[in-house]
Design a protein around this ligand. Structure first.
Ligand code: TRP
Length: 355
Protein backbone atom coordinates (compact mmCIF):
# COMPACT_ATOMS: atom_id res chain seq x y z
CA UNK A 1 0.00 0.00 0.00
CA UNK A 2 2.92 2.35 0.50
CA UNK A 3 3.71 2.12 -3.21
CA UNK A 4 1.60 5.30 -3.48
CA UNK A 5 4.87 7.09 -3.07
CA UNK A 6 5.59 6.48 -6.73
CA UNK A 7 2.80 8.79 -7.72
CA UNK A 8 4.38 11.72 -5.92
CA UNK A 9 8.05 11.11 -6.50
CA UNK A 10 9.99 9.68 -9.33
CA UNK A 11 11.36 6.75 -7.39
CA UNK A 12 12.63 3.51 -8.83
CA UNK A 13 9.80 0.98 -8.80
CA UNK A 14 11.60 -1.48 -6.59
CA UNK A 15 13.40 0.73 -4.14
CA UNK A 16 15.07 -1.70 -1.78
CA UNK A 17 14.72 0.61 1.18
CA UNK A 18 10.93 1.01 0.95
CA UNK A 19 8.79 -1.49 2.82
CA UNK A 20 6.43 -3.74 0.94
CA UNK A 21 3.98 -4.57 3.68
CA UNK A 22 2.47 -7.45 1.73
CA UNK A 23 5.77 -9.34 1.57
CA UNK A 24 7.11 -9.34 5.08
CA UNK A 25 5.90 -9.42 8.57
CA UNK A 26 7.10 -6.32 10.28
CA UNK A 27 7.17 -5.95 14.00
CA UNK A 28 8.82 -2.92 15.41
CA UNK A 29 8.73 0.70 14.37
CA UNK A 30 11.18 3.40 15.28
CA UNK A 31 10.52 6.98 14.44
CA UNK A 32 12.01 10.18 15.74
CA UNK A 33 11.69 13.90 16.17
CA UNK A 34 14.37 16.47 16.85
CA UNK A 35 13.28 18.57 19.82
CA UNK A 36 13.95 21.98 18.30
CA UNK A 37 10.54 23.58 18.91
CA UNK A 38 6.82 22.99 18.65
CA UNK A 39 5.56 20.58 15.98
CA UNK A 40 3.39 21.97 13.18
CA UNK A 41 0.76 20.82 10.72
CA UNK A 42 3.50 19.71 8.32
CA UNK A 43 4.75 17.27 10.95
CA UNK A 44 1.19 16.12 11.52
CA UNK A 45 0.39 15.47 7.86
CA UNK A 46 3.81 14.01 7.08
CA UNK A 47 4.36 11.75 10.05
CA UNK A 48 2.35 12.16 13.26
CA UNK A 49 -0.95 11.15 11.71
CA UNK A 50 0.57 8.01 10.28
CA UNK A 51 2.36 7.27 13.53
CA UNK A 52 -0.89 7.38 15.48
CA UNK A 53 -2.45 4.90 13.04
CA UNK A 54 0.56 2.57 13.06
CA UNK A 55 0.84 2.26 16.84
CA UNK A 56 -2.17 -0.11 16.81
CA UNK A 57 -0.43 -2.43 14.40
CA UNK A 58 3.24 -2.41 15.41
CA UNK A 59 5.30 -2.09 18.52
CA UNK A 60 6.16 1.60 18.31
CA UNK A 61 9.16 3.50 19.65
CA UNK A 62 9.28 7.27 19.35
CA UNK A 63 12.70 8.73 19.88
CA UNK A 64 13.07 12.31 21.01
CA UNK A 65 16.41 12.85 19.32
CA UNK A 66 18.00 15.49 21.54
CA UNK A 67 21.54 14.60 20.53
CA UNK A 68 20.59 14.90 16.88
CA UNK A 69 19.03 18.29 17.70
CA UNK A 70 22.48 19.36 18.95
CA UNK A 71 23.94 18.78 15.48
CA UNK A 72 22.27 22.01 14.40
CA UNK A 73 21.58 23.70 17.75
CA UNK A 74 24.73 22.97 19.72
CA UNK A 75 24.94 26.53 21.03
CA UNK A 76 21.75 26.08 23.02
CA UNK A 77 21.60 22.80 24.90
CA UNK A 78 19.76 24.65 27.69
CA UNK A 79 16.68 24.77 25.46
CA UNK A 80 16.47 21.00 25.08
CA UNK A 81 14.55 20.27 28.26
CA UNK A 82 11.62 22.54 27.37
CA UNK A 83 11.63 21.32 23.79
CA UNK A 84 11.65 17.65 24.83
CA UNK A 85 8.58 18.39 26.92
CA UNK A 86 6.88 20.18 24.00
CA UNK A 87 7.59 17.38 21.51
CA UNK A 88 6.29 14.77 23.94
CA UNK A 89 3.21 16.92 24.55
CA UNK A 90 2.61 17.36 20.81
CA UNK A 91 2.88 13.60 20.22
CA UNK A 92 0.55 12.73 23.09
CA UNK A 93 -1.94 15.42 22.08
CA UNK A 94 -1.92 14.13 18.50
CA UNK A 95 -3.08 10.75 19.79
CA UNK A 96 0.03 8.80 20.70
CA UNK A 97 -1.05 6.42 23.43
CA UNK A 98 1.68 5.81 26.02
CA UNK A 99 0.28 2.29 26.55
CA UNK A 100 0.91 1.44 22.91
CA UNK A 101 3.97 3.54 22.10
CA UNK A 102 7.24 3.93 23.96
CA UNK A 103 8.60 7.48 24.03
CA UNK A 104 12.36 7.63 24.58
CA UNK A 105 14.88 10.38 25.30
CA UNK A 106 17.89 9.71 23.08
CA UNK A 107 20.66 11.08 25.30
CA UNK A 108 19.51 8.88 28.18
CA UNK A 109 20.44 5.81 26.12
CA UNK A 110 24.26 6.07 25.97
CA UNK A 111 24.29 2.75 24.09
CA UNK A 112 23.20 4.73 21.02
CA UNK A 113 26.37 6.82 21.18
CA UNK A 114 28.43 3.71 21.69
CA UNK A 115 26.94 2.01 18.65
CA UNK A 116 27.40 5.22 16.65
CA UNK A 117 31.14 4.98 17.33
CA UNK A 118 31.32 1.37 16.14
CA UNK A 119 29.29 2.19 13.02
CA UNK A 120 31.44 5.22 12.23
CA UNK A 121 34.28 2.84 11.33
CA UNK A 122 32.16 1.18 8.67
CA UNK A 123 31.34 4.17 6.51
CA UNK A 124 33.66 6.48 4.62
CA UNK A 125 33.21 10.21 4.47
CA UNK A 126 32.31 10.58 0.80
CA UNK A 127 28.84 9.04 0.84
CA UNK A 128 28.01 11.28 3.78
CA UNK A 129 29.25 14.37 1.97
CA UNK A 130 27.21 13.41 -1.09
CA UNK A 131 24.06 12.46 0.82
CA UNK A 132 21.38 14.60 -0.88
CA UNK A 133 19.50 15.34 2.34
CA UNK A 134 22.65 16.46 4.14
CA UNK A 135 23.52 18.65 1.17
CA UNK A 136 20.08 20.28 0.99
CA UNK A 137 19.93 20.81 4.70
CA UNK A 138 23.42 22.32 4.84
CA UNK A 139 22.48 24.68 2.01
CA UNK A 140 19.18 25.68 3.61
CA UNK A 141 20.99 26.44 6.84
CA UNK A 142 23.75 28.32 5.08
CA UNK A 143 26.53 26.06 6.39
CA UNK A 144 29.81 26.54 4.57
CA UNK A 145 31.63 23.98 6.65
CA UNK A 146 30.02 20.99 8.24
CA UNK A 147 30.78 19.82 11.74
CA UNK A 148 31.78 16.23 12.26
CA UNK A 149 28.55 15.73 14.22
CA UNK A 150 26.28 17.18 11.53
CA UNK A 151 27.95 15.25 8.72
CA UNK A 152 27.67 12.11 10.79
CA UNK A 153 24.08 12.39 11.98
CA UNK A 154 22.85 9.71 9.54
CA UNK A 155 25.33 7.34 11.21
CA UNK A 156 23.96 8.15 14.62
CA UNK A 157 20.46 7.72 13.19
CA UNK A 158 21.51 4.26 12.01
CA UNK A 159 22.44 3.50 15.61
CA UNK A 160 19.04 4.80 16.78
CA UNK A 161 17.36 2.27 14.53
CA UNK A 162 19.74 -0.64 15.07
CA UNK A 163 19.91 -0.44 18.84
CA UNK A 164 16.17 -1.13 19.02
CA UNK A 165 16.26 -3.68 16.18
CA UNK A 166 13.49 -1.77 14.46
CA UNK A 167 12.49 -3.18 11.10
CA UNK A 168 10.25 -0.33 9.96
CA UNK A 169 11.03 3.36 9.97
CA UNK A 170 8.16 5.65 8.98
CA UNK A 171 9.72 8.81 7.61
CA UNK A 172 9.26 11.60 5.12
CA UNK A 173 10.70 11.07 1.68
CA UNK A 174 13.70 13.31 2.48
CA UNK A 175 14.88 10.75 5.00
CA UNK A 176 15.05 7.91 2.47
CA UNK A 177 18.79 8.33 1.76
CA UNK A 178 19.39 7.88 5.49
CA UNK A 179 17.49 4.60 5.56
CA UNK A 180 19.46 3.38 2.55
CA UNK A 181 22.65 4.28 4.38
CA UNK A 182 21.42 2.54 7.54
CA UNK A 183 20.82 -0.64 5.55
CA UNK A 184 24.33 -0.48 4.10
CA UNK A 185 26.04 0.06 7.44
CA UNK A 186 24.03 -2.65 9.16
CA UNK A 187 24.65 -5.11 6.31
CA UNK A 188 28.37 -4.42 6.50
CA UNK A 189 28.35 -4.90 10.26
CA UNK A 190 26.51 -8.22 9.94
CA UNK A 191 28.83 -9.46 7.19
CA UNK A 192 32.03 -8.46 8.93
CA UNK A 193 31.20 -9.67 12.40
CA UNK A 194 28.50 -12.30 11.77
CA UNK A 195 26.13 -9.91 13.51
CA UNK A 196 22.40 -10.21 13.86
CA UNK A 197 21.32 -6.61 13.55
CA UNK A 198 18.12 -5.93 11.62
CA UNK A 199 18.16 -4.20 8.22
CA UNK A 200 15.31 -1.68 8.36
CA UNK A 201 12.86 -0.56 5.71
CA UNK A 202 11.39 2.90 5.26
CA UNK A 203 7.66 3.37 5.38
CA UNK A 204 6.98 6.42 3.28
CA UNK A 205 3.76 8.26 3.91
CA UNK A 206 1.68 9.12 0.87
CA UNK A 207 1.54 12.83 1.62
CA UNK A 208 4.13 15.00 0.01
CA UNK A 209 5.61 17.58 2.31
CA UNK A 210 3.26 20.38 3.28
CA UNK A 211 4.08 23.76 1.74
CA UNK A 212 4.48 26.83 3.95
CA UNK A 213 1.87 29.57 4.41
CA UNK A 214 4.02 31.79 2.19
CA UNK A 215 3.99 29.24 -0.62
CA UNK A 216 7.54 28.13 0.17
CA UNK A 217 8.11 24.47 -0.64
CA UNK A 218 8.47 23.54 2.98
CA UNK A 219 6.49 24.38 6.09
CA UNK A 220 9.16 25.02 8.66
CA UNK A 221 9.61 26.75 11.97
CA UNK A 222 12.79 28.41 10.75
CA UNK A 223 10.98 29.99 7.78
CA UNK A 224 8.23 31.36 10.05
CA UNK A 225 5.58 29.93 7.71
CA UNK A 226 4.08 27.23 9.91
CA UNK A 227 0.84 26.57 11.75
CA UNK A 228 1.84 24.95 15.03
CA UNK A 229 -0.32 22.24 16.53
CA UNK A 230 -0.27 24.29 19.73
CA UNK A 231 -1.39 27.60 18.12
CA UNK A 232 -4.69 29.01 19.39
CA UNK A 233 -7.63 29.23 17.01
CA UNK A 234 -7.44 33.00 16.59
CA UNK A 235 -3.84 32.95 15.45
CA UNK A 236 -4.54 29.99 13.18
CA UNK A 237 -7.35 31.96 11.55
CA UNK A 238 -5.06 34.97 11.10
CA UNK A 239 -2.29 32.79 9.67
CA UNK A 240 -4.65 31.11 7.22
CA UNK A 241 -6.05 34.47 6.15
CA UNK A 242 -2.51 35.62 5.37
CA UNK A 243 -1.59 32.57 3.28
CA UNK A 244 -0.58 32.85 -0.35
CA UNK A 245 -3.23 31.91 -2.93
CA UNK A 246 -3.31 32.15 -6.74
CA UNK A 247 -1.86 35.67 -7.16
CA UNK A 248 -3.65 36.24 -10.45
CA UNK A 249 -7.00 35.96 -8.79
CA UNK A 250 -8.22 39.39 -7.72
CA UNK A 251 -12.01 39.07 -7.57
CA UNK A 252 -14.07 36.14 -6.28
CA UNK A 253 -15.48 35.75 -9.80
CA UNK A 254 -12.02 35.37 -11.40
CA UNK A 255 -11.21 31.86 -12.52
CA UNK A 256 -8.46 30.48 -10.29
CA UNK A 257 -5.80 27.81 -10.51
CA UNK A 258 -6.01 25.63 -7.38
CA UNK A 259 -2.80 23.83 -8.31
CA UNK A 260 -0.72 26.86 -7.40
CA UNK A 261 -2.74 27.73 -4.29
CA UNK A 262 -1.37 27.04 -0.81
CA UNK A 263 -4.86 26.90 0.68
CA UNK A 264 -6.01 24.31 -1.84
CA UNK A 265 -2.99 22.14 -1.02
CA UNK A 266 -4.04 22.26 2.64
CA UNK A 267 -7.59 21.33 1.66
CA UNK A 268 -6.11 18.32 -0.09
CA UNK A 269 -4.20 17.35 3.02
CA UNK A 270 -6.95 17.86 5.59
CA UNK A 271 -10.45 18.20 4.06
CA UNK A 272 -12.81 15.41 3.06
CA UNK A 273 -13.20 14.34 -0.58
CA UNK A 274 -16.40 16.36 -1.11
CA UNK A 275 -14.96 19.61 0.13
CA UNK A 276 -11.80 19.07 -1.92
CA UNK A 277 -13.81 18.54 -5.12
CA UNK A 278 -16.14 21.42 -4.35
CA UNK A 279 -13.20 23.73 -3.63
CA UNK A 280 -11.46 22.80 -6.85
CA UNK A 281 -14.63 23.32 -8.93
CA UNK A 282 -15.58 26.59 -7.25
CA UNK A 283 -12.07 28.03 -7.56
CA UNK A 284 -11.66 27.05 -11.22
CA UNK A 285 -15.04 28.54 -12.08
CA UNK A 286 -14.85 31.71 -10.02
CA UNK A 287 -17.65 30.65 -7.71
CA UNK A 288 -15.95 31.22 -4.36
CA UNK A 289 -13.78 33.99 -2.98
CA UNK A 290 -10.43 33.20 -1.39
CA UNK A 291 -11.54 34.54 1.99
CA UNK A 292 -14.50 32.17 2.14
CA UNK A 293 -12.32 29.31 0.96
CA UNK A 294 -9.80 30.11 3.71
CA UNK A 295 -12.54 30.21 6.33
CA UNK A 296 -13.73 26.79 5.16
CA UNK A 297 -10.23 25.49 5.67
CA UNK A 298 -10.02 27.08 9.10
CA UNK A 299 -13.14 25.15 10.16
CA UNK A 300 -11.58 21.89 8.95
CA UNK A 301 -8.37 22.52 10.85
CA UNK A 302 -10.23 23.61 13.95
CA UNK A 303 -12.16 20.36 13.92
CA UNK A 304 -8.95 18.39 13.46
CA UNK A 305 -7.29 20.15 16.40
CA UNK A 306 -10.22 20.07 18.83
CA UNK A 307 -9.64 16.54 20.17
CA UNK A 308 -5.91 17.23 20.25
CA UNK A 309 -6.48 20.37 22.30
CA UNK A 310 -8.59 18.42 24.78
CA UNK A 311 -5.71 16.01 25.37
CA UNK A 312 -3.26 18.92 25.46
CA UNK A 313 -5.29 20.64 28.18
CA UNK A 314 -5.30 17.42 30.21
CA UNK A 315 -1.52 17.01 29.99
CA UNK A 316 -0.90 20.68 30.72
CA UNK A 317 -2.82 20.16 33.96
CA UNK A 318 -0.79 17.01 34.62
CA UNK A 319 2.70 17.90 33.47
CA UNK A 320 4.35 15.36 35.76
CA UNK A 321 2.58 12.63 33.89
CA UNK A 322 4.57 13.53 30.78
CA UNK A 323 7.89 13.23 32.62
CA UNK A 324 6.69 9.90 34.06
CA UNK A 325 5.83 8.65 30.57
CA UNK A 326 9.29 9.67 29.37
CA UNK A 327 10.99 8.01 32.30
CA UNK A 328 9.10 4.74 31.90
CA UNK A 329 9.60 4.70 28.12
CA UNK A 330 13.30 5.44 28.40
CA UNK A 331 13.80 2.71 31.01
CA UNK A 332 12.10 0.14 28.78
CA UNK A 333 14.20 1.25 25.81
CA UNK A 334 17.39 1.18 27.86
CA UNK A 335 16.87 -2.50 28.67
CA UNK A 336 16.56 -3.35 24.97
CA UNK A 337 19.54 -1.17 24.03
CA UNK A 338 21.88 -2.70 26.58
CA UNK A 339 20.90 -6.17 25.39
CA UNK A 340 21.73 -5.16 21.81
CA UNK A 341 25.09 -3.67 22.80
CA UNK A 342 25.97 -6.89 24.56
CA UNK A 343 25.20 -8.83 21.39
CA UNK A 344 27.12 -6.33 19.30
CA UNK A 345 30.19 -6.69 21.48
CA UNK A 346 29.81 -10.43 21.48
CA UNK A 347 29.82 -10.53 17.68
CA UNK A 348 32.85 -8.22 17.66
CA UNK A 349 34.63 -10.44 20.20
CA UNK A 350 34.86 -7.48 22.52
CA UNK A 351 33.27 -8.95 25.62
CA UNK A 352 36.72 -9.27 27.18
CA UNK A 353 35.93 -9.86 30.79
CA UNK A 354 32.54 -10.94 31.99
CA UNK A 355 31.42 -9.40 35.27
N1 TRP B 1 16.17 12.82 11.32
C1 TRP B 1 14.80 12.78 11.75
C2 TRP B 1 14.17 14.12 11.41
O1 TRP B 1 14.86 15.11 11.30
C3 TRP B 1 14.65 12.50 13.23
C4 TRP B 1 15.19 11.16 13.68
C5 TRP B 1 16.19 10.96 14.56
C6 TRP B 1 14.76 9.89 13.26
N2 TRP B 1 16.42 9.65 14.74
C7 TRP B 1 15.57 8.95 13.95
C8 TRP B 1 13.80 9.43 12.38
C9 TRP B 1 15.43 7.58 13.77
C10 TRP B 1 13.65 8.07 12.20
C11 TRP B 1 14.46 7.16 12.89
O2 TRP B 1 12.97 14.18 11.30
Amino acid sequence: MYKQVQTIMDLKTENAAIADESKFEYKRILTGDRPTGPLHLGHYAGSLKNRVRLQDKYETFILIADIQALTTNFEHPEKLKDNIFLVALDNLSAGIDPNLSTIVIQSMIPEISELTTFFSMLISINPLKHNPTIKTEAKERGYEELTYGFLGYPVSQTADIAVFKADLVPVGIDQLPHIELARKIIRKFNELYCGKLVEPYALIDKFPRLVGLDGNLKMSKSYGNAINLSDDYDSIKTKIRSALTDKNRIHPTDRGNPDICTIYSYHRAFSDENLIKETEYNCKNGKIGCVKCKDNLFEVIKKLLEPMNERRAYYLDNKDEIWDILLTGTAKAKAIASETIKEVKESMKMLYILP
